[in-house]
Design a protein. Structure first.
Length: 216
């Protein structure tokens, strides 16, 4: 039987089988490097929310703050004093927003389940954070382009997500085992995005990248 053909949800190019485990199939795009789980295996909204509700992150928990410091520290080093930003997909405990607010930056929240504020996507920001978010996106092209449009010239998009290394490592990668993770980015993917947006790309850690919008 001829395998099903799936288009990449980021760049729309054809994709090819990459990995199959006992629960799902994963497809790879040679153009942008994204590995994705086709919609056939996506959870419905109720099941997805149920998994998110199991997370026990606390705004003041020191370990969680140390984890988030991997993105807050490089971002703070690049921001002008009193910047205004959006924590996209902040979850039920917006610790990152609190950490940035403690440094005199103003941070709005938007999360479709816990802090819905779609109006936040109708204005411009000095920075946007997306920590452990992009791997959940079923339509990464739509969502990321929308975030990029919300950035002011010279603004920063800070993304935290674990990155695909190679096909062999992917086979046993724990990160793919979370059923809410459906889009997996690599260095190639972020390089493709930077070229698409004519952005400055900085890979600042094993799971953190920063993209700066060109100043006008």
């Amino acid at each position: 039987m001829k395998p099903v053909a799936y288009s990449c949800p980021l760049c729309s190019a054809p994709t090819s089988p990459y990995c199959t485990d006992r629960r799902r199939a994963y497809y790879h795009c040679a153009v942008c490097g994204l590995v994705h789980v086709p919609a056939d295996w996506h959870l419905d909204t109720q099941a997805e929310r149920a998994i998110y509700d199991l997370h026990e992150n606390d705004t003041d928990e020191p370990g969680y703050r140390r984890f988030l410091s991997r993105v807050t520290e490089p971002l703070l080093a690049r921001l002008q004093p009193g910047s205004e930003g959006l924590d996209f997909g902040c979850g039920p405990a917006p610790a990152l927003a609190a950490m940035l607010s403690e440094q005199s930056h103003r941070v709005a929240l938007h999360d479709i389940y816990y802090h819905p504020a779609p109006e936040a996507l109708e204005r411009a920001w000095d920075f946007i954070t997306a920590t452990e978010v992009v791997e959940h996106l079923a339509r990464p092209a739509c969502e990321l382009d929308r975030l990029w449009r919300c950035l002011k010239p010279g603004g920063w998009l800070a993304i935290m997500t674990k990155r695909v290394r190679d096909q062999q490592a992917f086979q046993t990668w724990h990160y793919k085992n979370d059923l809410t993770h459906i889009s997996f980015f690599s260095n190639q993917t972020f390089e493709w995005l930077a070229e698409r947006w004519e952005a400055e790309l900085e890979i600042v850690g094993a799971d953190v990248v920063m993209l700066r919008k060109r100043a006008q």
